[in-house]
Design a protein around this ligand. Structure first.
Ligand code: NAP
Length: 323
Protein backbone atom coordinates (compact mmCIF):
# COMPACT_ATOMS: atom_id res chain seq x y z
CA UNK A 1 0.00 0.00 0.00
CA UNK A 2 1.58 3.35 -1.00
CA UNK A 3 2.08 5.85 1.82
CA UNK A 4 1.70 9.62 1.51
CA UNK A 5 2.46 12.38 4.00
CA UNK A 6 0.60 15.70 3.79
CA UNK A 7 1.43 19.00 5.50
CA UNK A 8 -1.59 21.31 5.63
CA UNK A 9 -4.01 18.36 5.68
CA UNK A 10 -6.59 20.40 7.61
CA UNK A 11 -6.76 23.07 4.89
CA UNK A 12 -8.85 23.21 1.73
CA UNK A 13 -6.43 21.35 -0.54
CA UNK A 14 -5.54 18.86 2.20
CA UNK A 15 -9.19 17.86 2.35
CA UNK A 16 -9.52 17.10 -1.39
CA UNK A 17 -6.08 15.52 -1.69
CA UNK A 18 -6.77 13.20 1.26
CA UNK A 19 -10.03 12.05 -0.29
CA UNK A 20 -8.28 11.44 -3.61
CA UNK A 21 -5.39 9.46 -2.10
CA UNK A 22 -7.66 7.37 0.11
CA UNK A 23 -9.79 6.54 -2.94
CA UNK A 24 -6.61 5.41 -4.73
CA UNK A 25 -5.81 2.97 -1.90
CA UNK A 26 -3.10 5.04 -0.17
CA UNK A 27 -2.30 5.07 3.52
CA UNK A 28 -2.44 8.80 4.30
CA UNK A 29 -0.51 10.52 7.08
CA UNK A 30 -1.12 14.16 7.91
CA UNK A 31 0.66 16.77 10.00
CA UNK A 32 -1.68 18.69 12.30
CA UNK A 33 -1.01 21.47 14.75
CA UNK A 34 -2.21 21.15 18.34
CA UNK A 35 -4.31 24.23 17.66
CA UNK A 36 -6.07 22.66 14.66
CA UNK A 37 -9.69 21.68 14.96
CA UNK A 38 -8.69 18.10 14.24
CA UNK A 39 -11.88 16.42 15.37
CA UNK A 40 -14.02 18.58 13.13
CA UNK A 41 -11.73 18.20 10.13
CA UNK A 42 -11.29 14.50 10.59
CA UNK A 43 -15.02 13.95 10.71
CA UNK A 44 -15.27 15.62 7.31
CA UNK A 45 -13.06 12.97 5.74
CA UNK A 46 -14.02 9.54 4.49
CA UNK A 47 -15.61 7.16 6.92
CA UNK A 48 -15.31 3.40 7.30
CA UNK A 49 -12.43 1.46 5.76
CA UNK A 50 -10.77 4.53 4.21
CA UNK A 51 -10.74 6.28 7.60
CA UNK A 52 -8.62 3.48 9.05
CA UNK A 53 -5.96 4.33 6.46
CA UNK A 54 -5.84 7.95 7.65
CA UNK A 55 -3.37 8.84 10.41
CA UNK A 56 -2.89 12.28 11.93
CA UNK A 57 0.35 13.31 13.66
CA UNK A 58 0.80 16.32 15.89
CA UNK A 59 3.59 18.62 14.76
CA UNK A 60 4.44 21.98 13.32
CA UNK A 61 6.55 23.23 10.44
CA UNK A 62 8.30 25.38 13.05
CA UNK A 63 9.41 22.23 14.89
CA UNK A 64 11.82 20.29 12.64
CA UNK A 65 12.72 17.74 15.34
CA UNK A 66 9.22 16.30 15.62
CA UNK A 67 8.76 16.58 11.86
CA UNK A 68 11.95 14.59 11.26
CA UNK A 69 10.91 11.91 13.74
CA UNK A 70 7.45 11.59 12.21
CA UNK A 71 8.81 11.31 8.68
CA UNK A 72 11.38 8.71 9.76
CA UNK A 73 8.66 6.66 11.45
CA UNK A 74 6.11 6.92 8.65
CA UNK A 75 8.54 6.43 5.74
CA UNK A 76 6.24 7.84 3.01
CA UNK A 77 6.90 7.43 -0.72
CA UNK A 78 5.23 10.76 -1.45
CA UNK A 79 5.18 14.05 0.48
CA UNK A 80 2.68 16.80 -0.38
CA UNK A 81 3.69 20.12 1.18
CA UNK A 82 0.55 22.26 1.39
CA UNK A 83 1.02 23.96 4.76
CA UNK A 84 1.48 27.68 4.81
CA UNK A 85 0.08 31.07 5.66
CA UNK A 86 -2.04 31.18 2.52
CA UNK A 87 -3.57 34.67 2.70
CA UNK A 88 -1.94 37.42 0.61
CA UNK A 89 -3.54 40.32 2.51
CA UNK A 90 -2.52 38.87 5.87
CA UNK A 91 1.08 38.54 4.65
CA UNK A 92 1.34 42.36 4.77
CA UNK A 93 0.30 42.26 8.44
CA UNK A 94 2.71 39.43 9.32
CA UNK A 95 5.55 39.38 6.75
CA UNK A 96 8.08 37.83 9.12
CA UNK A 97 5.84 34.94 10.17
CA UNK A 98 4.81 34.39 6.52
CA UNK A 99 8.46 34.22 5.42
CA UNK A 100 9.40 31.97 8.30
CA UNK A 101 6.65 29.47 7.64
CA UNK A 102 6.34 29.56 3.86
CA UNK A 103 9.96 30.16 2.82
CA UNK A 104 12.08 28.66 5.60
CA UNK A 105 9.49 26.02 6.52
CA UNK A 106 9.87 24.57 3.03
CA UNK A 107 13.67 24.50 3.32
CA UNK A 108 13.42 22.78 6.73
CA UNK A 109 11.26 20.10 5.18
CA UNK A 110 13.55 19.66 2.17
CA UNK A 111 16.54 19.28 4.51
CA UNK A 112 14.77 16.49 6.41
CA UNK A 113 13.78 14.68 3.20
CA UNK A 114 17.30 14.94 1.83
CA UNK A 115 18.62 13.02 4.86
CA UNK A 116 16.04 10.21 4.77
CA UNK A 117 17.37 6.78 3.72
CA UNK A 118 15.01 6.79 0.71
CA UNK A 119 13.96 10.40 -0.01
CA UNK A 120 10.28 10.46 -0.99
CA UNK A 121 8.85 12.26 -4.00
CA UNK A 122 8.01 15.83 -3.03
CA UNK A 123 5.26 18.22 -4.13
CA UNK A 124 5.37 21.91 -3.17
CA UNK A 125 2.27 24.13 -3.42
CA UNK A 126 3.70 27.22 -5.08
CA UNK A 127 1.54 30.12 -6.23
CA UNK A 128 0.82 32.39 -9.18
CA UNK A 129 1.73 35.20 -6.76
CA UNK A 130 5.39 34.50 -7.62
CA UNK A 131 4.68 36.26 -10.95
CA UNK A 132 3.45 39.40 -9.15
CA UNK A 133 3.18 42.12 -11.82
CA UNK A 134 4.02 39.94 -14.85
CA UNK A 135 5.32 41.44 -18.08
CA UNK A 136 3.58 38.73 -20.13
CA UNK A 137 0.05 37.32 -20.23
CA UNK A 138 -0.65 34.44 -19.82
CA UNK A 139 2.15 33.23 -17.55
CA UNK A 140 3.90 29.88 -17.90
CA UNK A 141 6.63 27.95 -16.06
CA UNK A 142 9.48 30.07 -17.51
CA UNK A 143 7.87 33.46 -16.78
CA UNK A 144 10.20 35.49 -14.49
CA UNK A 145 9.29 35.83 -10.82
CA UNK A 146 8.42 39.42 -9.84
CA UNK A 147 6.47 39.03 -6.59
CA UNK A 148 4.76 42.15 -5.23
CA UNK A 149 3.72 41.06 -1.73
CA UNK A 150 5.36 39.20 1.20
CA UNK A 151 3.39 36.03 0.43
CA UNK A 152 4.63 36.02 -3.19
CA UNK A 153 8.23 36.69 -2.08
CA UNK A 154 8.14 33.77 0.37
CA UNK A 155 6.64 31.46 -2.27
CA UNK A 156 9.21 32.58 -4.86
CA UNK A 157 12.06 31.71 -2.48
CA UNK A 158 10.55 28.32 -1.62
CA UNK A 159 9.86 27.55 -5.29
CA UNK A 160 13.42 28.33 -6.30
CA UNK A 161 14.80 26.22 -3.43
CA UNK A 162 12.70 23.27 -4.61
CA UNK A 163 14.34 23.70 -8.03
CA UNK A 164 17.79 23.79 -6.37
CA UNK A 165 17.14 20.58 -4.41
CA UNK A 166 15.95 18.94 -7.64
CA UNK A 167 18.74 20.04 -9.95
CA UNK A 168 21.73 20.23 -7.56
CA UNK A 169 20.84 17.50 -5.06
CA UNK A 170 18.84 15.10 -7.21
CA UNK A 171 15.60 15.07 -5.20
CA UNK A 172 12.37 14.21 -7.02
CA UNK A 173 10.87 17.60 -6.12
CA UNK A 174 8.11 19.44 -8.03
CA UNK A 175 6.45 22.84 -7.86
CA UNK A 176 2.81 23.20 -8.74
CA UNK A 177 2.47 26.90 -9.60
CA UNK A 178 -1.14 27.17 -8.55
CA UNK A 179 -3.57 29.85 -9.63
CA UNK A 180 -6.52 30.63 -7.34
CA UNK A 181 -8.64 27.60 -6.61
CA UNK A 182 -11.75 27.54 -4.53
CA UNK A 183 -14.36 25.14 -3.15
CA UNK A 184 -16.83 24.90 -0.29
CA UNK A 185 -13.75 24.22 1.90
CA UNK A 186 -12.15 27.58 1.08
CA UNK A 187 -11.19 29.68 4.13
CA UNK A 188 -13.68 32.37 5.09
CA UNK A 189 -11.22 35.25 4.59
CA UNK A 190 -11.07 34.70 0.81
CA UNK A 191 -13.28 36.78 -1.48
CA UNK A 192 -15.18 33.94 -3.18
CA UNK A 193 -16.12 32.38 0.15
CA UNK A 194 -16.95 35.79 1.61
CA UNK A 195 -19.36 36.37 -1.28
CA UNK A 196 -20.97 32.91 -1.28
CA UNK A 197 -21.40 32.87 2.50
CA UNK A 198 -22.58 36.48 2.44
CA UNK A 199 -25.26 35.71 -0.18
CA UNK A 200 -26.40 32.70 1.90
CA UNK A 201 -26.46 34.70 5.15
CA UNK A 202 -28.48 37.54 3.54
CA UNK A 203 -30.93 35.03 2.07
CA UNK A 204 -31.49 33.55 5.53
CA UNK A 205 -31.85 36.98 7.14
CA UNK A 206 -28.64 36.65 9.17
CA UNK A 207 -26.85 39.56 7.44
CA UNK A 208 -28.12 42.79 5.91
CA UNK A 209 -25.48 43.66 3.30
CA UNK A 210 -22.18 42.55 1.83
CA UNK A 211 -19.32 45.06 1.65
CA UNK A 212 -16.67 44.42 -1.01
CA UNK A 213 -13.60 46.10 -2.54
CA UNK A 214 -12.98 46.26 -6.30
CA UNK A 215 -15.70 44.37 -8.18
CA UNK A 216 -13.76 44.69 -11.45
CA UNK A 217 -10.78 42.66 -10.25
CA UNK A 218 -10.23 39.60 -12.42
CA UNK A 219 -8.93 36.23 -11.27
CA UNK A 220 -8.12 32.87 -12.85
CA UNK A 221 -10.31 30.72 -10.58
CA UNK A 222 -10.38 26.92 -10.66
CA UNK A 223 -11.74 24.21 -8.34
CA UNK A 224 -9.55 22.66 -5.62
CA UNK A 225 -10.71 19.15 -6.57
CA UNK A 226 -9.19 19.55 -10.05
CA UNK A 227 -5.96 21.07 -8.74
CA UNK A 228 -5.31 18.33 -6.18
CA UNK A 229 -5.73 15.74 -8.95
CA UNK A 230 -2.86 17.47 -10.79
CA UNK A 231 -0.70 17.44 -7.63
CA UNK A 232 -0.99 13.66 -7.52
CA UNK A 233 -0.29 13.32 -11.26
CA UNK A 234 2.90 15.38 -10.87
CA UNK A 235 4.34 12.78 -8.48
CA UNK A 236 3.51 9.87 -10.83
CA UNK A 237 5.79 11.02 -13.69
CA UNK A 238 9.15 9.58 -14.70
CA UNK A 239 10.89 12.86 -13.92
CA UNK A 240 10.20 15.68 -11.51
CA UNK A 241 9.28 19.05 -12.99
CA UNK A 242 7.34 22.27 -12.38
CA UNK A 243 3.85 22.87 -13.75
CA UNK A 244 1.52 25.85 -13.96
CA UNK A 245 -1.98 24.81 -12.88
CA UNK A 246 -4.61 27.25 -14.13
CA UNK A 247 -7.85 27.46 -16.09
CA UNK A 248 -6.53 30.10 -18.52
CA UNK A 249 -9.77 32.08 -18.08
CA UNK A 250 -10.44 35.03 -15.85
CA UNK A 251 -13.68 36.19 -14.26
CA UNK A 252 -14.54 39.43 -12.48
CA UNK A 253 -15.41 39.57 -8.79
CA UNK A 254 -18.76 40.94 -9.92
CA UNK A 255 -19.41 37.67 -11.79
CA UNK A 256 -18.86 35.73 -8.55
CA UNK A 257 -21.36 38.06 -6.88
CA UNK A 258 -23.92 37.66 -9.68
CA UNK A 259 -23.76 33.83 -9.69
CA UNK A 260 -23.77 33.52 -5.88
CA UNK A 261 -26.72 35.88 -5.35
CA UNK A 262 -28.69 34.34 -8.23
CA UNK A 263 -28.11 30.89 -6.66
CA UNK A 264 -29.51 32.26 -3.40
CA UNK A 265 -32.47 33.75 -5.32
CA UNK A 266 -31.46 37.38 -4.69
CA UNK A 267 -30.79 40.53 -6.73
CA UNK A 268 -27.21 41.40 -5.77
CA UNK A 269 -27.55 45.10 -6.57
CA UNK A 270 -29.87 45.50 -3.59
CA UNK A 271 -27.43 43.98 -1.11
CA UNK A 272 -23.81 44.67 -2.15
CA UNK A 273 -21.96 47.86 -1.18
CA UNK A 274 -18.58 48.93 -2.53
CA UNK A 275 -15.90 50.14 -0.08
CA UNK A 276 -12.74 51.56 -1.77
CA UNK A 277 -10.87 50.98 1.52
CA UNK A 278 -11.05 47.23 0.88
CA UNK A 279 -9.08 47.32 -2.39
CA UNK A 280 -5.89 45.31 -1.92
CA UNK A 281 -2.41 46.83 -2.28
CA UNK A 282 -0.51 45.98 -5.46
CA UNK A 283 -3.64 45.60 -7.64
CA UNK A 284 -4.66 45.53 -10.47
CA UNK A 285 -2.69 42.77 -12.14
CA UNK A 286 -3.16 40.33 -14.96
CA UNK A 287 -2.57 36.94 -13.40
CA UNK A 288 -3.77 34.27 -15.79
CA UNK A 289 -2.02 30.97 -16.34
CA UNK A 290 -1.15 28.84 -19.35
CA UNK A 291 -1.40 25.20 -18.25
CA UNK A 292 -0.40 23.76 -21.66
CA UNK A 293 2.54 21.83 -20.17
CA UNK A 294 0.30 20.14 -17.58
CA UNK A 295 -2.21 19.36 -20.32
CA UNK A 296 0.38 17.82 -22.62
CA UNK A 297 2.54 15.93 -20.11
CA UNK A 298 0.11 15.08 -17.32
CA UNK A 299 -3.04 14.81 -19.44
CA UNK A 300 -4.60 17.24 -16.96
CA UNK A 301 -7.28 19.79 -17.51
CA UNK A 302 -9.72 21.47 -15.15
CA UNK A 303 -13.17 19.89 -15.33
CA UNK A 304 -15.30 21.96 -12.97
CA UNK A 305 -16.42 25.27 -14.49
CA UNK A 306 -16.58 28.67 -12.80
CA UNK A 307 -20.36 28.92 -12.48
CA UNK A 308 -20.75 25.34 -11.28
CA UNK A 309 -18.13 26.00 -8.60
CA UNK A 310 -19.72 29.22 -7.30
CA UNK A 311 -23.13 27.54 -7.28
CA UNK A 312 -21.71 24.61 -5.28
CA UNK A 313 -20.08 26.99 -2.78
CA UNK A 314 -23.28 28.98 -2.30
CA UNK A 315 -25.50 25.91 -2.00
CA UNK A 316 -23.14 24.42 0.59
CA UNK A 317 -23.09 27.73 2.51
CA UNK A 318 -26.92 27.77 2.56
CA UNK A 319 -27.03 24.15 3.78
CA UNK A 320 -24.40 24.75 6.48
CA UNK A 321 -26.06 27.93 7.75
CA UNK A 322 -29.45 26.25 7.88
CA UNK A 323 -28.17 23.13 9.68
P1 NAP B 1 -5.40 26.70 3.68
O1 NAP B 1 -6.81 26.19 3.56
O2 NAP B 1 -5.18 28.05 4.25
O3 NAP B 1 -4.58 25.64 4.55
C1 NAP B 1 -3.31 25.94 5.09
C2 NAP B 1 -2.83 24.75 5.90
O4 NAP B 1 -1.54 25.04 6.43
C3 NAP B 1 -3.76 24.40 7.09
O5 NAP B 1 -3.89 23.00 7.18
C4 NAP B 1 -2.95 24.94 8.27
O6 NAP B 1 -3.21 24.25 9.48
C5 NAP B 1 -1.53 24.62 7.79
N1 NAP B 1 -0.51 25.34 8.57
C6 NAP B 1 -0.42 26.68 8.75
N2 NAP B 1 0.65 26.95 9.53
C7 NAP B 1 1.24 25.76 9.84
C8 NAP B 1 2.37 25.37 10.62
N3 NAP B 1 3.13 26.28 11.26
N4 NAP B 1 2.69 24.06 10.72
C9 NAP B 1 1.93 23.13 10.10
N5 NAP B 1 0.83 23.43 9.35
C10 NAP B 1 0.50 24.73 9.22
O7 NAP B 1 -4.67 26.67 2.26
P2 NAP B 1 -5.11 25.92 0.89
O8 NAP B 1 -6.06 26.80 0.15
O9 NAP B 1 -5.47 24.52 1.18
O10 NAP B 1 -3.74 25.99 0.07
C11 NAP B 1 -2.76 24.96 0.20
C12 NAP B 1 -1.41 25.51 -0.23
O11 NAP B 1 -1.50 25.95 -1.58
C13 NAP B 1 -0.93 26.70 0.60
O12 NAP B 1 0.47 26.60 0.78
C14 NAP B 1 -1.26 27.89 -0.29
O13 NAP B 1 -0.40 28.99 -0.02
C15 NAP B 1 -1.05 27.30 -1.66
N6 NAP B 1 -1.83 27.97 -2.69
C16 NAP B 1 -3.19 28.00 -2.58
C17 NAP B 1 -3.93 28.65 -3.56
C18 NAP B 1 -5.45 28.71 -3.48
O14 NAP B 1 -6.04 29.43 -4.27
N7 NAP B 1 -6.07 27.97 -2.59
C19 NAP B 1 -3.30 29.24 -4.67
C20 NAP B 1 -1.91 29.16 -4.75
C21 NAP B 1 -1.18 28.51 -3.76
P3 NAP B 1 -4.32 24.76 10.58
O15 NAP B 1 -5.59 24.03 10.25
O16 NAP B 1 -3.71 24.36 11.86
O17 NAP B 1 -4.44 26.26 10.43
Amino acid sequence: MPKAFITGITGQDGFYLTRLLLSQGYEVHGLVRRSSSVTRERSRLESGEADRRLHLHYGDLDDPTSLRRTLLTVGPQEVYHLAGQSHVGLSFEMPEATSNLTALGTVRLLEILRDLPEPPRFFHASSSEVFGQPATVPQEEATPFVPVNPYGCAKAFATQMVRVYRTALGLYACNGILYNHESPRRGEGFVTQKICRGAAAIKLGRQQELVLGDLDQRRDWGHARDYTQAMWLMLQQKEADDYVLATGQTHRVEEVVAVAFATAGLDWRRHVRHDPGLVRRGEPRQLVGNAAKARQRLGWQPRIGFEEMIREMTTTALEELEA
